[in-house]
Structure formats: structure tokens, C-alpha cells
Design a protein around this ligand. Structure first.
Ligand SMILES: Cc1ncc(C[n+]2csc(CCOP(=O)(O)OP(=O)(O)O)c2C)c(N)n1
Ligand SMILES: [Mg+2]
Length: 320
């Protein structure tokens, strides 16, 4: 498949999954927390489509897009949200703790910057074991203010851990504007360059540009050096479902941004000469998501004994 069509399919799948999650919450079929990545799909798709199946991804509380882009079956994602036995974490994780090792998705982590030591350590361990796979850590701009962020970068450089750190600068860390903390977009990548590590900035509205740069950086990392990518995106929705974002930014900032910059609409427009292919992808994605929701919702809740499985580490507990 043409790589741009693959990017389009991945982004549309993320968008449709997340819009469906929102609808399921509005109609009280789902409950709990959810952090939308609508508007940020170009980063997830651009980076993950540059990876091999055996490469690893660790991510944040806003990680559904990364899970989808890395190939986690969407029925397992919905099952996890519904608290079903076939959920990615057998219903023990929920929205912020999807895990699916068999496709290299180490998982989400709700601790800001927590994905970084996880991915760097896994990358280093794999390399010591002779593997050529690499790891990617997605982290938010808010991570830059964490000590963990800078400790991990130092160790990754020192160890030569084959890890790509992808910082999604979506302009806010909850209600804190990034500009007040670090400066203009690109300033995070500039700061990281001073470590000597390869560090780049890209406009995340352009999925093809993210993908091309990610291919280059993934090659660099696979040769045995960590690298950093700041990807400028925008948080279209409120921080989470229950966040009153009108208290710290103009009402409907997200809607206005999406209207003007929607990365999915932009890619679709670039591909307009492929309309029959796009229409086929649209129909396939819609049907796949409907099917996944139906399958997941019909599934049963886990047995009580499940509460004691995978709680402590031992060989018998390791599963996909
Ligand atoms: C160590 C830590 N401190 C504070 C929080 C509370 N918290 C959850 S998300 C968030 C903002 C994160 O912003 P960013 O990293 O930019 O990610 P975004 O939500 O914008 O995707 C904060 C402060 C947390 N989860 N972990
Ligand atoms: Mg942010």
C-alpha cells in the first residue's frame, strides 16, 4: 500500500476509535477517564508507521493513538475500556494502562515522563541481548519539566540505548501553556541538541513530513544511538473528559484549530486523486470500529481469580 494511504488509514482509525469512545461516554456505555489525542494523529501514525513489528513503544496517559498505530487490535482496546476479559490488560488497566506486548506495545503510563525510562531500559536490554529492535518513548511537553526526563536522556546517551524519544508538544500541560515554561515550538528540540544527541523538530500537522523524519531518525537509532524528536501538535479536546478547559483558554479553541489545521483533512486533500482508495478505506475503518465495539461489548467480565494474575513478576505470568 502507498505509504500515504497507510498513514491516512492509521490516522482515520485513531480518529474514529477516539470519536467512538467519546460517544460511548456521552451515552453512558463507558465510564472513567479518557484523554483524547484528536488532532495529534499525524505524530502517532508518522512515527509508528516507520517502525518494525518487533520495535517497542511506551507512551503516556494520552496513548490510544499510539496503541492503534502500533497495531494493537482495536477490539482488545474497546474490551479493556468496557472492563472485559479480552481487554488488552484483561480489564486491570483501563484507559491509561493499555498494554499489548505481542505487537511491541509496552504500554501506556500515567506518570508524566514515566514512559521514558521504561522505553530506554527496554531498548538497552534488547540491545545487550543482541537484538536489532529499538524502542520509542512518546512523552508530552509537560515531561520536559520532570527530573525523570533529563535523567533518562543522560543515561540513554551514556548507555547508547537505541531509543527514540518523541515529545508531543501539544501546547499545554493540562492548563499550563508550554510557551510559558519552555518557549516557542522547537525550543524543546533546541534544548536537547545541547546534550550532543541528534534532536529534531517537525510540524505534526504534516503526517508525511513526520513519517519521513521518523524513518531517518529510526535508522539513526537502529545504528545504536538515541535520538529526540519534538513534534508540534495541538490538543484539540479538553485535557480529559471532565476538564473545564474554558477556564484557561478561549472557548472552542480546539474546534477552531481543527477547522483550520486538521491533519487528517489535510492528508485526505493531498490524496484526493486517490478518491476510490480513500472511500474504500473510509468504509473499512467504519465497519472495523463498529465490529470491534460490538465484539468487545458482548464479551464477559473477567473471572474473580483474574485479579491475582499478572500482579507479581514470574515466568508463568508473562503473556502477550
Ligand atoms: C509525575 C506526575 N505529575 C503530575 C501528574 C498529573 N498530570 C497528569 S497529566 C498532566 C499534564 C501532562 O502534560 P503533558 O505531558 O504535556 O501531556 P498532555 O496531557 O498534554 O498530553 C499532569 C500534570 C502526573 N500524572 N504525574
Ligand atoms: Mg502537553
Amino acid at each position: 500500500m502507498d505509504v500515504r494511504l497507510r498513514l491516512y488509514r492509521t490516522m482515520l482509525l485513531i480518529r474514529t476509535v477516539e470519536e467512538t469512545i467519546e460517544r460511548l461516554h456521552r451515552t453512558s456505555r463507558l465510564y472513567g477517564s479518557f484523554h483524547s489525542s484528536i488532532g495529534q494523529e499525524g505524530c502517532a501514525a508518522g512515527v509508528c508507521c516507520a517502525l518494525r513489528p518487533d520495535d517497542l513503544v511506551a507512551t503516556t496517559h494520552r496513548g490510544h493513538g499510539h496503541a492503534v498505530a502500533k497495531g494493537v487490535p482495536i477490539a482488545a482496546i474497546f474490551a479493556e475500556l468496557f472492563g472485559r476479559a479480552t481487554g488488552t490488560s484483561r480489564a486491570k488497566g483501563g484507559s491509561m494502562h493499555l498494554h499489548y506486548r505481542s505487537v511491541g506495545f509496552l504500554g501506556e503510563n500515567a506518570i508524566v515522563a514515566g514512559s521514558m525510562p521504561w522505553a530506554a531500559g527496554a531498548a538497552w536490554a534488547r540491545r545487550r541481548a543482541g537484538s536489532e529492535s529499538i524502542a520509542v518513548s512518546f512523552v508530552g511537553d509537560g515531561g520536559f519539566a520532570q527530573g525523570l526526563f533529563h535523567e533518562t536522556i543522560r543515561l540513554a546517551i551514556f548507555w547508547e540505548a537505541p531509543c527514540l524519544f518523541v515529545c508531543e508538544n501539544n501546547s499545554l500541560a493540562h492548563s499550563m501553556p508550554v510557551e510559558r515554561v519552555v518557549g516557542r515550538p522547537g525550543a524543546i528540540a533546541d534544548a536537547l541538541r545541547s546534550t550532543g544527541m541528534r534532536s529534531e523538530y517537525v510540524d505534526g500537522r504534516d503526517a508525511a513530513a513526520v513519517h519521513n523524519l521518523a524513518l531517518d531518525l529510526v535508522g539513526h537509532v537502529r545504528r545504536g544511538r538515541p535520538a529526540f524528536l519534538e513534534c508540534e501538535v495541538y490538543r484539540v479536546r479538553a485535557h480529559s473528559l471532565t476538564d473545564a478547559d474554558y477556564r484557561y483558554r478561549p472557548k472552542d479553541s480546539g474546534g477552531a484549530w481543527l477547522q483550520a489545521h486538521d491533519p487528517l483533512a489535510r492528508l485526505r486533500n493531498q490524496l484526493r486523486e486517490r478518491e476510490p482508495d480513500l472511500a474504500a478505506i473510509d468504509a473499512d475503518v467504519r465497519e472495523s470500529v463498529e465490529q470491534a465495539v460490538a465484539t468487545a461489548e458482548e464479551d464477559v467480565a473477567p473471572a474473580v481469580e483474574e485479579a491475582f494474575r499478572d500482579v507479581t513478576a514470574n515466568e508463568a505470568n508473562h503473556h502477550a
